[in-house]
Ligand binder design. Structure first.
Ligand code: SAM
Ligand code: SF4
Length: 321
């Protein structure tokens, strides 16, 4: 079992399989052009899988594939099947923008994927274009339907932003509710890559909007996810991910692996250790030692609310959010 210095059990690994993305979301990507990491620096699926086996043997119970956009990585279902065949009990999930999901959903399910979180920030084509910098809405919504039809357990993620999609909080909630799917609103996390004019909604602002139409009870955290859940009178639950709250990190159980093999103890901090050379050499002992050390140095708290200069310079599209 992996236990950090603050007695938190770390049993959740998020793997960013690529930093590349077919969207340019304003809250995630810079305005100016930038260059991607050269492909040869990325770990092949076989190399990532060497580490995954170590992580599972050390105590990881849940794995989420993310990115960038994970569905840009060719043969992703093959990687998922490798993990599933090694450990069918692992809770295997993915986060995607949904654009390529229509074609991929059934294959991902057949490979062993259980759950999928799809980002739906708006139901308006022009707003989607403004956020993603591309005409994406129709493909994303088709992706949601394909995931449901394939039998994947779906959740919707929305990042509400002032003056952009804040008028649609109830619409997106009702879109998810109509499909029996949980929605999680993610408070915008300030970062040095996002467009400078992006302003998020706080959880308090969100609750006030939802309370204009619905009554709900605070259910607190469910212990397994960073979401604070609320239950409506008809039983429907929605969540808010609120990293600015003081107690957000108290139950953090996760570490992150980038496509280059950087193992990251906390999304907020720049610290990371590489497992790339160890897996390329086939040195399983060294990979396990790096994993234990990254868990050991996991900080107690993030500092999202602090000034710009204090934040991590690593991008969300690199770490997988
Ligand atoms: N491309 C996929 C997607 O968008 O779902 C997966 C990667 S994305 C980095 C993972 C999650 O991070 C998405 O739900 C996205 O909305 C969220 N995200 C990205 N930048 C964010 C920010 N600055 N604040 C809050 N959430 C953010
Ligand atoms: Fe791409 Fe996801 Fe970042 Fe949007 S949030 S730019 S879809 S990685």
């Amino acid at each position: 079992m992996l236990i950090d210095s603050f007695d938190r059990v770390v049993d959740y690994l998020r793997i960013s399989v690529t930093e590349r993305c077919n969207f340019r979301c304003t809250y995630c990507m810079p305005e100016k052009p930038f260059s991607w990491v050269p492909k040869e620096q990325l770990l092949r699926f076989e190399e990532l899988f060497e580490f995954v086996k170590v992580a599972i043997d050390e105590g990881i119970k849940k794995i989420r594939i993310t990115g960038g956009e994970p569905l840009l990585r060719e043969d992703l279902d093959r990687f998922i099947k490798m993990i599933f065949d090694y450990a069918p009990q692992i809770d295997l999930a993915m986060t995607t923008n949904g654009y390529l999901l229509k074609e991929a959903a059934a294959r991902l399910k057949a490979a062993g994927l259980r759950r999928i979180n799809i980002s739906v920030d708006t139901l308006k084509a022009d707003v989607a274009q403004r956020i993603a910098q591309k005409d994406v809405l129709a493909h994303v919504l088709e992706g949601v339907e394909a995931a449901l039809a394939a039998g994947l357990h779906v959740k919707i993620n929305m990042v509400p932003m002032q003056g952009v999609n804040d008028a649609e909080v109830l619409d997106v909630l009702e879109y998810a509710k109509a499909r029996g799917v949980t929605i999680r609103f993610i408070e915008y996390m300030e970062n040095v890559h996002a467009h400078s004019d992006v302003k998020g909604l706080t959880s308090q602002m969100l609750l006030e909007i939802i309370a204009q139409k619905y009554r709900f009870e605070d259910e607190g955290f469910d212990g397994h996810s960073p979401s604070h859940y609320y239950r409506m009178e008809d039983g429907y639950r929605f969540g808010i991910i609120e990293p600015h709250k003081d107690d957000f990190c108290a139950t953090c159980n996760r570490i992150r692996l980038t496509a280059e093999g950087q193992l990251i103890p906390c999304l907020y901090f720049d610290e990371a250790m590489s497992i790339r050379d160890a897996v390329r050499r086939g040195d399983i002992k060294e990979a396990a030692a790096v994993l234990r050390e990254v868990v050991r140095i996991k900080p107690e708290k993030n500092r999202w609310s602090e000034a710009d200069g204090e934040r991590s310079t690593r991008a969300f599209y690199e770490t997988g959010g």
